[in-house]
Design a protein around this ligand. Structure first.
Ligand SMILES: Cc1cc2nc3c(=O)[nH]c(=O)nc-3n(C[C@H](O)[C@H](O)[C@H](O)COP(=O)(O)OP(=O)(O)OC[C@H]3O[C@@H](n4cnc5c(N)ncnc54)[C@H](O)[C@@H]3O)c2cc1C
Length: 425
């Protein structure tokens, strides 16, 4: 692992990207006494963090062969309750409630299937998880319905996963921003990065953005009105799928993976939604329902690779509603409140890239379908690279050295110095 500690330390950090990763890194660094500026628009629209379902489910998302993902996810999940409490308090709320409401749901998850093939998949997953000491219970359709009465008759098999959590993504983004600001971080929404390099970010003025914070004091800059260069000690590149465009090494390594979701709300007289996250396999397709407060639900998600396209297609919405409605028929009575597509930052091995790209430049991106789950562990890893004291929310069992080597972007670099993405990835 290369080190960024060779750069001159005046503790000035520029974070590129204000999604969940950039905002959380900014909060931790500002709390640790760094002078922090986050550049980029407020997350909305196509930013992955704005669209996500918010499952914190390394077990439900686990799949044989993805051992590192399971280890990273499990380490991060352990830190989540303390992380959510710390964010809530720092945002001005109480340990279990940020000002806008609770961030976390601890109801757990239920994996369900409708036919024989789904059952075989669930059995394989149960064996894999049991072999790793995870608590999972196989259920019949009737037993699954006794836990979640809104499940329909098509559900024939289930797996109860008690430890998984879920987070309200939009509340968390708001709370992280508030927490980071109160620790002194500045969110500068007036600029977009054109390139991130060691200790330096080239910016161009953004055209349609909300009001920016007042310009931060002390950061050296040169500007010509429409473009400017910010200099600092360390840059953290956390621009999600767009990170691929901001450093030459990332063009091959990070790619956009489109995901569409439908947001629904129960109507008066309709059956209430499930309390737990329900993740189902319906004739080979995966659908999930993540409950939010007040009878609201996020139903997701499609997975398509079509560049930076963010259209919401009729076909995806139809499939999501058909599959989710097979699992919970009462959804037919619900109101559609939003359809939206976001771009997951994919990586070649589905493991994020957290580490140095060059002296004075760290990347924290490529979290693909697990960016919320992996936020606490990513914050801890970036903190280690910046030389910060361990975060109070980190689980003591987290082996940061092992995880840093698993997420090091240098894992894709051949001895000749070129990056490769491997075969079949
Ligand atoms: C449909 C869907 C469902 C998902 N469900 C889950 C889930 O249940 N659980 C889970 O853990 N994860 C989930 N994810 C994945 C998760 O959302 C992502 O891994 C995570 O949000 C990535 O965060 P990020 O901050 O790296 O990127 P983003 O949230 O995409 O943020 C990047 C930010 O960078 C900004 N930016 C872009 N270009 C520039 C530039 N040039 N200069 C400055 N800023 C720039 C963008 O505007 C954006 O705000 C889901 C994703 C999708 C799309």
């Amino acid at each position: 692992m290369r080190d960024v500690s060779t750069v001159k330390r005046t503790n000035q950090l520029v974070v590129v990207g204000a999604g969940v990763i950039g905002s959380a890194v900014a909060w931790h660094a500002a709390t640790s006494g760094w002078s922090v500026v986050v550049v980029g628009p407020e997350p909305a629209g196509t930013s992955s963090s704005w669209v996500a379902g918010g499952m914190l489910a390394p077990v439900a998302e686990a799949w044989p062969g993805e051992e590192i993902s399971l280890r990273l996810g499990s380490a991060s999940l352990e830190s989540w309750p303390a992380f959510a409490s710390a964010v809530s308090v720092a945002a001005g709320g109480t340990a279990d409630r940020a000002p806008g409401g609770a961030l976390l749901s601890a109801e757990g998850g239920l994996l369900v299937g409708v036919d024989g093939a789904d059952r075989a998949d669930l059995e394989r997953l149960a064996r894999y998880l049991a072999a790793r000491g995870r608590e999972v219970t196989a259920l019949s359709g009737r037993e699954a319905r006794s836990l979640e009465p809104s499940l329909g008759p098509a559900v024939r098999h289930g797996l109860h996963v008690p430890g998984d959590l879920a987070v309200d993504n939009r509340r968390l983004l708001w709370a992280l921003r508030a927490a980071a600001r109160s620790a002194g971080a500045v969110f500068d929404t007036g600029w977009l990065a054109e390139e991130a390099r060691g200790g330096r970010v080239l910016l161009r003025r953004a055209t349609r953005n909300g009001p920016a914070d007042p310009p931060p004091p002390g950061l050296p800059r040169t500007e010509d009105g429409e473009r400017e260069t910010r200099e600092c000690d360390v840059v953290v590149l956390a621009a999600g799928a767009w990170s691929s465009r901001l450093h030459p090494r990332l063009g091959q390594l990070i790619r956009p993976v489109k995901g569409e979701v439908v947001r629904l709300a129960a109507t008066p007289g309709s059956l209430p939604p499930p309390r737990r996250t329900v993740r189902g396999s319906v004739r080979g397709r995966t659908a999930y329902l993540v409950p939010r407060d007040g009878g609201r639900l996020v139903v997701g998600a499609s997975q398509r690779e079509n560049g930076f396209d963010t259209s919401v297609t009729a076909g995806a919405v139809r499939e999501l509603l058909t599959d989710a409605g097979t699992l919970v028929p009462a959804l037919d009575e619900y109101e559609i409140t939003e359809t939206i597509a976001g771009l997951r930052p994919g990586s070649p091995d589905n493991v994020p890239l957290v580490g140095p790209l060059e002296p004075g430049l760290l990347v924290a991106s490529g979290h693909h379908r697990n960016g919320f789950l992996l936020t606490p562990v990513t914050v801890e890893l970036v903190g280690r690279l910046l030389g910060l004291a361990g975060a109070a929310f980190t689980s003591p069992s987290t082996d940061t050295d092992e995880l840093l080597s698993a997420t090091d972007p240098a894992r894709f670099t051949t001895p000749t110095g070129t990056d490769h993405v491997g075969e079949g990835q």
